[in-house]
Design a binder for this molecule. Structure first.
Ligand SMILES: *Cc1c(COP(=O)(O)O)cnc(C)c1O
Length: 443
């Protein structure tokens, strides 16, 4: 390990770090988890911030419905289904020789309209917020207007005076690129080496400028940030530090509450909820976990999932070093087929906000991601990208290795009445040939 970093890592962390370095799968429970009532008093963000984001998305719904006809039936709401996956539950229990007790559901953000991943929440929200602020400031729009007027030559020409830039491993670039181009912004996406060719091709077809790097995500973001700084009419969407992205994701939780009511899912003191969220830089899972804690408080237990080669958030939280430590510092290569999670250094902003709310993090191998990808395709005919399977092993990890956590929180007897939600974060836009390759991969 890097000597300077070594001196700052708490000594009781050595065993955990050795396990991470060896790339063994591991689950870590967060000793800094607080009761909700305590955690929220010190939180820089609150329920009213999330409600304001939800209100903004409602104002934009008429625009979204007009500009993206696939959202018309949902009246311009960008939302995804919640599906019970009983066959996959059996498959999991058989595969890992472990009962998971509670029922198993999949939250299909993989099938969100417009960009087919979780980034259709935060990414699109932040661009809409920028557009609204500009249009309000220049008195071209008022809060009471029907925002479908934004889908017009007049507004596209107005927004074309401004640029938007973002650094991405792929999916954030897709979301920001598609929505920005639709509004008329000049948009540049700085793509890391992990980004898939089809994502770059798709963006270029939509007249988005794509800049490619042969380095990883952190470099693409740093370079994008640097170039954007030189241009005062350019807005840089900062995935490592964005409060707006975070709030856009958090809205998911307010809507999930309504979906639960429709599905007959009960969450209360005797019916615990466990949610497994794939984590890259942290904004997506962090925002959603924060929202879930606001809604379900101590009855929800949120756990992040990362590849064994890129456990950046686990490392940042466990050591307390947040964004001043990276997976390379402990000898990992940050190379994974889960391109959406190929992030070596976590968001310091997200780590600090989420620390008192988060139950834990675990790591999962690429081999397991591909086995689960195939398993879900065969049992449920649901096709996801590798990153989106990271949450699927969560119920197994919890039930196999989480006894101490379950006991401390008096959950052992309640588990059977509880609900596991695996957050599926992407996949519906993966081209057929690419999906065939995932399915045919020998694991
Ligand atoms: C971006 C992404 C994530 C994780 O979101 P972060 O905000 O980077 O933590 C998970 N899954 C997929 C498919 C993604 O694209």
């Amino acid at each position: 390990m890097n000597i300077d970093i070594q001196s700052r890592v708490p000594s009781n962390m050595q065993t955990l770090i050795q396990t991470l370095t060896s790339r063994e799968e591991v689950i870590w429970f967060n000793p800094q988890l607080q009761a909700f009532s305590e955690a929220i008093t010190n939180s820089p963000l609150t329920l009213s911030d999330v409600q304001a984001a939800e209100a903004r998305l409602i104002r934009f719904a008429p625009f979204i419905a007009k500009a993206f006809p696939e959202t018309k039936s949902a009246k311009g709401m960008i939302e995804s289904p919640l599906k019970k996956i009983d066959k996959m539950r059996e498959n999991l229990e058989r595969r890992f020789h472990q009962e998971i007790f509670a029922s198993l559901w999949l939250k299909c953000d993989s099938h969100l309209p417009i960009s087919g991943s979780i980034k259709a929440r935060g990414g699109i929200y932040e661009v809409l917020k920028i557009a609204e602020e500009l249009a309000l400031m220049e008195h071209r729009l008022s809060l009471e207007d029907d925002y479908s007027i934004l889908d017009s030559e007049e507004f596209r020409s107005f927004f074309s005076q401004y640029s938007i830039a973002v650094g991405s491993t792929g999916n954030l670039g897709l979301s920001i690129g598609i929505i920005s181009a639709k509004l008329g912004f000049n948009v540049t996406v700085h793509m890391s080496a992990d980004a898939k060719q089809w994502k770059k091709d798709l963006l270029r077809r939509k007249h988005v400028k794509v800049v490619e790097y042969d380095s990883d995500y952190s470099k693409a973001v740093a370079e994008g940030r640097r170039q954007a700084k030189a241009n005062p009419s350019c807005y840089f969407i900062d995935d490592e530090n964005s409060r707006d992205l975070f709030l856009g994701y958090a809205v998911a939780a307010l809507r999930l509450k309504k979906q639960f009511a429709e599905a007959g899912i009960i969450v209360d003191e005797n019916h615990p909820l466990f949610v497994y969220l794939p984590c890259g830089v942290g904004g997506g899972p962090g925002g959603i976990a924060f929202g879930l804690k606001l809604v379900f408080q101590d009855d929800v237990h949120c756990i992040f999932a990362e590849p064994t080669h890129s456990p950046c958030m686990l490392l940042g939280l466990a050591t307390g070093l947040h964004d001043s430590i990276a997976v390379e510092d402990i000898g990992l290569d940050n190379k994974t087929a889960a391109d959406g999670l190929a992030v070596g250094r976590p968001s310091g902003f997200v780590g600090k906000v989420i620390q008192p709310f988060l139950s834990g993090c675990y790591t999962v191998s690429d081999e397991h991601l591909f086995q689960l990808l195939k398993g879900l395709a065969e049992t449920e005919k649901i096709y996801l990208e590798p990153s989106a399977l990271a949450g699927m092993i969560g119920p197994i990890m919890l039930c196999k290795q989480g006894n101490a956590y379950l006991r401390t929180h008096h959950l052992e007897d309640k588990l059977i009445k509880g609900t596991h939600i695996v957050w599926a974060t992407g996949g519906s836009m993966v081209p057929k040939e690419e999906m065939e390759q995932y399915l045919n991969r020998r694991v």
